[in-house]
Design a protein around this ligand. Structure first.
Ligand code: FPP
Length: 245
């Protein structure tokens, strides 16, 4: 029996964000190259996207490449960029067929031209998808995003577009790259580390965190449902007390 049958369909997380960690260690344990770990990681993405869609999750955000990842050895960075182009191009038709809309968050200016082109084509092609929004965080970091938002807010105050006295939490949310997305309900990190690594710091203010030792290439449908079940066992109080919920 699949764990999907145990899920409470009235209490599904609307938005799941994932820090996909452990590709390198997965490969090392098998005497393979880190690149092979990342290739296997793409297979896991496919499984998890299908599983999320099957469970009627509406938004899935994947941390595919952080701002800090630019400082990895250049062969690994180049290999990852090529892999993104390959995977995005190969999957576009299937994503479209399955109603998956691709969205992007991150610093597109730092991405190689071929990655931008593949991504923009995929975003255009899948724009009509209504089943699941798959957000790729690529060249993304939360501190970068908050600094960008601050710069734009300051500039709009100077131009008189907004007034300093009107700046509140909603204003800041509207200037982030995630402006069109609901905040994540559940943040999953694979690979055994228990940290947030500069990912969606503002947006995860009230997310439930789920850490698993499973390396990303081994994470699949049942592992996703296990994380959702764990989430459904928690009481989300948003600062209130039980009796108020
Ligand atoms: C973390 O594992 C994984 C990454 C930095 C890259 C993940 C990217 C992919 C799986 C490809 C994404 C493709 C598309 C189309 C979005 P790690 O290398 O940090 O593993 P380690 O901690 O074991 O070394």
């Amino acid at each position: 029996m699949s764990l999907i049958d145990k899920l409470d369909h009235n209490r599904l997380p609307c938005h799941i964000a994932v820090i996909m960690d452990g590709n390198g260690r997965w490969a090392k344990a098998r005497g393979l190259s880190r690149g092979e770990g990342h290739r296997e990681g793409v297979g896991a993405i496919r499984k998890v996207v299908e599983a999320a869609s099957k469970a009627s999750v509406q938004y899935l955000t994947l941390y595919a490449f952080s701002t800090e990842n630019w400082s990895r050895p250049s062969e690994e960075v180049d290999g990852l960029m090529d892999l993104m182009v390959y995977a995005i191009t190969r999957e576009t038709a299937d994503l479209k067929k399955n109603g998956v809309r691709i969205a992007y968050i991150g610093d597109m200016e730092r991405l190689p031209e071929n990655v931008c082109a593949a991504l923009q084509e995929c975003i255009r092609e899948t724009a009509g998808g209504e089943r699941l929004t798959l957000v790729l965080a690529l060249s993304y970091s939360s501190k970068w995003e908050i600094a960008e938002a601050t710069r734009k807010i300051t500039s709009d105050v100077t131009k008189g577009i907004i007034q300093e006295k009107d700046i509140n939490e909603d204003t800041i949310s509207r200037y982030l790259t995630t402006r069109d997305l609901p905040d994540p309900d559940l943040l999953i990190r694979t690979g055994g580390e228990q940290r947030i690594s500069n990912f969606l710091l503002w947006q995860c203010a009230y997310a439930e965190f789920y850490f698993t030792d499973t390396f990303w290439p081994d994470f699949g449908e049942e592992e996703l449902y296990e994380a959702i079940l764990n989430y459904q066992g928690r009481e989300r109080r948003f600062g209130k007390i039980s009796e108020q919920i």
